[in-house]
Design a protein around this ligand. Sequence first.
Ligand SMILES: Cc1cc2nc3c(=O)[nH]c(=O)nc-3n(C[C@H](O)[C@H](O)[C@H](O)COP(=O)(O)OP(=O)(O)OC[C@H]3O[C@@H](n4cnc5c(N)ncnc54)[C@H](O)[C@@H]3O)c2cc1C
Length: 126
Amino acid sequence: MRAVFDGAQALRVYSICSGIVDGKLRIAVKQQPGGKVSTWINTRLRAGDQVEVSGPRGRFTTDLDPSRSRHVLAVAAGSGITPVMSIVKSVLAVEPHSRCTLFYGSRDSASTIFRSQLATSGVHLR
Ligand SMILES: Cc1cc2nc3c(=O)[nH]c(=O)nc-3n(C[C@H](O)[C@H](O)[C@H](O)COP(=O)(O)OP(=O)(O)OC[C@H]3O[C@@H](n4cnc5c(N)ncnc54)[C@H](O)[C@@H]3O)c2cc1C
């Protein structure tokens, strides 16, 4: 994502967190204390605003096959959950015979990204 502050540009990378069947591209940006772009996104960016983005790099992904039956083990921490969330959602949506186990570390429950989504999806949080 490209943001411009006082004429100077700032480039930051954000992972797509939506699944392949969600129908919308989404990112989740955790506000970093003193962080330029993450603070701008969380406090200033509004629905309808336009931002410049480059195409997805597509390096962190998995092949999907509806006939496959596999157990995916995902390990994530902090904002690193975002691409993992996309992969887990996509595997569960496209591969009905596969299952996923997620190990997810976070500093505290208040700063846990996707806590409510994981809780309402029937996942058991510890
Ligand atoms: C592949 C990849 C995927 C990513 N995906 C995501 C994602 O999905 N979601 C997400 O939230 N983040 C993600 N990130 C992190 C993201 O790219 C940014 O690094 C993050 O949002 C912080 O950017 P910022 O501009 O807010 O912070 P910055 O302004 O870059 O600052 C970062 C930190 O450094 C401190 N700092 C800045 N300047 C100084 C200084 N001069 N002296 C001391 N401290 C300073 C700031 O206070 C802040 O805490 C990803 C990163 C990578 C590499």
